[in-house]
Design a protein around this ligand. Sequence first.
Ligand code: BTN
Length: 263
Amino acid sequence: MVRKTMPELVQERLCTTRFGKQIFFSRAVSSTNRWARQLAESGAEEGTVTVAETQTAGRGRLGREWISPQGGLWFSIILRPRKSATEVAKLAFVASLAVTKVLRRKYGLCAETKWPNDVTVNGRKICGSLGETNSSAKKSDFTVLGIGINANVQVSMYFSQLIGPIVTSIQDELGRKIALDKLFRAVLEELEKFYDLFITEGFDPVLTQWKKYAGFLGKQIAVQDGTEKICGLAFDVDTDGALILKLENATLRRVVVGDVSLQ
Ligand code: BTN
């Protein structure tokens, strides 16, 4: 009997209208975002996905490396949202909300959303997303949304002593491996649901749900914004997706880029 590939297993019972109808799979690529961008430039349809077992040059936010060993779920999806660049940036919230819901519902993990694009479990990062838009056009022609989930990854094997303590995986949390195709299918379904909500009703209903899982809100945090470190109470996330900090002197400070750590 011929063994089915991971995309075939995913597509067998996939309940989406567009997401994952076309899946390009590779054992190893430099970056699934890069691959998806090439496909988008040649006209691939919305919902087309690239997925790889490993990435040799996985990309993270702010030009960082994204460690992508075998066992993780590393994929990118082509979107054509016909929205401004400011709106498109909010897709990070759509991604983290979708993954959070799946991790909670399917695996019982206490997953939380963390500004701007992370999913955490027990305070450690389990998932990140990276949206890349073609910058030439005013109204973006396409966006590639890349999502990395540390699924069947033993963190201590791949992450340095510096990063290891702030990272986790589904395997480390559950003490067992999970079926990647089932995780992938569930994420594609949830992602399409929240993406459609975002397209039809805008950011507000997505943000409302995202905040329900945002455990960092109301806590003392530090935000690293380039060379500046700002400390304060995580007061809110506004309708533009910016983080609102309440500083020690009770003034509010709006932050648009940065990394949050709990104090
Ligand atoms: C971050 O939190 O820094 C964003 C991480 C995004 C990683 C994913 S893995 C699949 C896709 N391909 C990439 O090169 N990056 C994204």
